[in-house]
Write a protein that binds this ligand. Sequence first.
Ligand SMILES: NC(=O)c1ccc[n+]([C@@H]2O[C@H](COP(=O)([O-])OP(=O)(O)OC[C@H]3O[C@@H](n4cnc5c(N)ncnc54)[C@H](O)[C@@H]3O)[C@@H](O)[C@H]2O)c1
Length: 326
Amino acid sequence: MYSLGNKFKKALVTGGAGFIGSHIVEDLLGDGLEVISIDNYSAGKKENLAHLINWGQKFKEIKADVRDYKNLRPYLEGVDIVFHQAVSKNTICFKDPASDLEINALGTLNVLTAAREAGVKKFVHASTGSVYGDTRYYPSDEEHPLNPNSFYGVSKLAAEKYVRAFHHLYGMNVNILRYYHVFGPRQDYSDVGGVVSIFGRRAFQNLPLTIYGDGTQLRSFTFVKDVVNANKFLALTDDVSGEAFNCASGVKVTIKELADAILKYFGKETLPIEFQDWKPGDIKYFNVSHQKIADLGFKFQTSFEEGLANTLEWIIGYLESMKKYA
Ligand SMILES: NC(=O)c1ccc[n+]([C@@H]2O[C@H](COP(=O)([O-])OP(=O)(O)OC[C@H]3O[C@@H](n4cnc5c(N)ncnc54)[C@H](O)[C@@H]3O)[C@@H](O)[C@H]2O)c1
């Protein structure tokens, strides 16, 4: 839909072996770009990129840490565009907020500095709806106050501020996408992964689905291909810089509706759904405006049903293949 092939030759994706990063890498290679993935494999997996081996010289998979500026810097040479996805797992932010800050804020500063020194033309930064904190009005747009209430949100907001400073101080073309509830193939399905993948895995394994709270909490599930397209859209849009855009599909699905849809997909409606206490800090309601990016001409294309079927097909294929080799 959006092709970067005529505009850029070489891209670098941080967090390239992660869930969203690996989809960006794959898509850019399809556009004919030379692509470098940078990842320290703390959460990313080699297998997320294994299918790209046939791209040969076009694709370089580098093990490097965004906290290590000296090591990082040479990889930016000759790069036209950066998609910065690397992030600490938000589950570590309680246990180790200092490393959260180092990866998300210092890591972003390092990638920005290296990109600027190397003369990179564009920088698209992955942020999160967590930078807003408790929502004060709906639908919440980008003018909403930024009062994150988690260490993860604070460190991601610091990262955003560095990104914007590079626009103001150096005139670098940088933009920010605030993702919400992204789902799709290759998302972590372990117990600390994404809810769609966790429910999909548990239904496949005939295990009960667990809902924290009463299941009425609303999510704006956004299919990963739409997130990739939003990144590419901003890469192709020249007359904006230093801006943040909500990247939420607008879909509104409750967790109970999600559980029901997954059980129906598997034909396992009799599998139990277990309700447990609310998780502390769980946000019950999302109504996020994506009008700002829509006004530029971007459209979220994938229906929730289509994205869900695509994700569950992948989970089934993946878990079947694991059984074969077990
Ligand atoms: N998945 C979502 O629903 C969601 C929602 C909001 C925001 N985001 C943002 O999207 C981006 C990508 O998230 P994801 O869901 O693909 O997560 P992910 O954990 O799958 O990917 C992140 C990648 O970063 C790598 N990484 C971690 N620390 C690193 C370091 N120090 N140096 C180099 N690489 C490092 C990890 O190994 C991993 O491969 C992040 O910036 C995240 O904040 C995601």
